[in-house]
Design a protein around this ligand. Structure first.
Ligand SMILES: Nc1nc2c(ncn2[C@@H]2O[C@H](COP(=O)(O)OP(=O)(O)OP(=O)(O)O)[C@@H](O)[C@H]2O)c(=O)[nH]1
Ligand SMILES: [Mg+2]
Length: 354
C-alpha cells in the first residue's frame, strides 16, 4: 500500500497520501508545518494550489457560552449533508480554559471516529500573530485535504480573536444569557466582526432579552452603518470594490439550545446563506484577496526579520538595543541600519549617503 510508514517520510509520499484522504499523512503534514521542519515550506508549496475550496467558519464568543457544543452540533449537521468537516480549536487564553478544553475532547469523542471529520486543537505558542498564522496554515492544510467546511473555535475577547476570525469567511459570534445583562460582544469589541449571531442557552431565562439587545444594537447602528463598518474594514484602497457590495448583509440572530441540538439547522442555514451572499456579491473573492495580502505581508516581515537576524550576531544586536535604550540612537535609525545588512552593497552605500 502506498500508505506504508516510510512513504510518509517523503514530500511526494506525504502529498500523495493526503490526496488519498490519509489522515495520518494530514496529521503529519500539520506537525511539519507547526514545528517548521525542513519539509514545511515544500509541503505548503505543494498543497497550497489544492486549497481554496473550503468555506471557513469562525465561532467566537466569551468563555462558556457554548461554542464547543455548537461546533459539535454544526459538525454533525454538516456531516448529515455530506460535507467533510475540519475543526480547529484555538485556545489563546489557556489559563482560563485548560479544563474546558479537556471537556471539549470528551465531548468531541463522539465525532472522532468519523473519517469525514478531522479535529485539531492548537495552543498558544509564540506571539498572537504566530498563532493566527499557525491557524491559517492548519486551515489551509485541511482545505487542501478536501475538508470543505472548516470550523474554527476561538475562546474570546480580544484582538487575537479578531485576527483569527479574519481567517474565516463567516464569523459566528456566540452570546449567552446570564453573563451580566449587557451583551458581551459590546465589551469585547467583536460585534463588528459578526456575520451571524447565535444566542445560545436559549433554554435559560434572559435569552430573549439578549437577542433583543443585539437586535437593538444592530438597528441603532442601522444595518447600512453596520455594513459599512463591517466591510469597510475589508476594503483597503488598493482593491477594487465589487459593483454589488452595496447589497447589505444584516447579521441574523439565531437562538440555539446547543445541548439539545435545537436551532442548529437554522444556524447552519444562516451560515450557508452568508456563504451564498459572499459568493453572489463578489465579497468572497475580495476577502480571499485581502487575506492573501495580509498573509503575504506577515510572512514577508517574518522572513526578512529572520534574514537580518541571521546576519547580525547577538552581541551586535545587543549594542543596537543598548544604543536605543540609552537614546544615543532612535529605533527607526537602528532598524534602518539593521535592515541595511540584507540590502545589496550598492543600495547600502546609497542609504548611508543620504
Ligand atoms: N443550559 C444550557 N447549557 C449549555 C448549552 N450549550 C452548552 N451548554 C453548557 O455550557 C457549558 C459550556 O459549554 P461549552 O460548549 O464548553 O462552551 P465554550 O464556549 O466552548 O467554553 P470555552 O471553550 O471554555 O470558552 C457546558 O457545561 C455545556 O454543557 C445550552 O444551550 N443550554
Ligand atoms: Mg470550548
Amino acid at each position: 500500500m502506498s500508505n506504508a510508514p516510510d512513504e510518509l517520510e517523503t514530500l511526494d509520499g506525504l502529498v500523495a497520501a493526503i490526496g488519498e484522504g490519509n489522515r495520518r499523512a494530514l496529521a503529519r503534514a500539520i506537525s511539519h508545518v507547526e514545528d517548521n521542519t525542513p519539509l514545511a515550506s515544500p509541503l505548503m508549496a505543494a498543497l497550497y494550489p489544492r486549497a481554496g475550496n473550503a468555506h471557513v467558519i469562525g465561532i467566537t464568543g466569551a468563555p462558556g457560552t457554548g461554542k464547543s457544543t455548537l461546533v459539535n452540533g454544526l459538525a454533525a449537521a454538516y456531516r448529515r449533508r455530506e460535507h467533510r468537516v475540519g475543526i480547529v480549536a484555538v485556545d489563546p487564553t489557556s489559563p482560563f480554559s485548560g479544563g474546558a478544553l479537556l471537556g471539549d475532547r470528551v465531548r468531541m469523542r463522539d465525532l472522532a471516529g468519523d473519517p469525514g471529520i478531522f479535529i485539531r486543537s492548537m495552543a498558544t505558542r509564540g506571539s498572537l500573530g504566530g498563532l493566527a498564522q499557525a491557524t491559517a496554515d492548519v486551515v489551509m492544510l485541511l482545505d487542501a485535504a478536501g475538508f470543505d467546511r472548516i470550523l474554527i473555535e476561538t475562546v474570546g475577547v480580544g484582538q487575537s480573536e479578531v485576527e483569527i476570525a479574519s481567517t474565516a469567511h463567516t464569523t459566528v459570534v456566540v452570546e449567552a444569557p446570564g453573563l451580566g445583562d449587557e451583551v458581551q460582544a459590546i465589551k469585547a469589541g467583536i460585534l463588528e466582526i459578526a456575520d451571524v449571531f447565535a444566542v445560545n442557552k436559549a433554554d435559560r431565562e434572559g435569552a430573549e432579552r439578549t437577542a433583543m439587545a443585539l437586535k437593538m444594537m444592530l438597528t441603532l447602528g442601522g444595518s447600512d452603518a453596520h455594513h459599512v463598518m463591517h466591510h469597510g474594514r475589508m476594503l483597503p484602497v488598493e482593491f477594487p470594490t465589487p459593483a454589488t457590495t452595496n447589497e447589505a448583509w444584516t447579521p441574523p440572530i439565531i437562538k440555539t439550545i446547543a445541548i439539545h441540538n435545537e436551532g442548529i439547522d437554522t444556524l447552519l442555514e444562516a451560515i450557508e446563506q452568508h456563504r451564498q451572499y459572499l459568493d453572489g456579491t463578489g465579497l468572497r473573492l475580495l476577502r480571499d484577496r485581502q487575506r492573501a495580502a495580509a498573509e503575504l505581508r506577515m510572512i514577508l516581515r517574518d522572513h526578512l526579520l529572520e534574514q537580518v537576524l541571521a546576519r547580525v550576531d547577538k552581541k551586535r544586536l545587543g549594542e543596537f538595543v543598548d544604543a536605543v535604550a540609552a537614546r544615543t540612537t532612535d529605533p527607526y535609525t537602528a532598524a534602518r541600519q539593521l535592515a541595511a545588512t540584507i540590502l545589496p552593497q550598492t543600495e547600502v552605500e546609497e542609504e548611508t549617503r543620504v
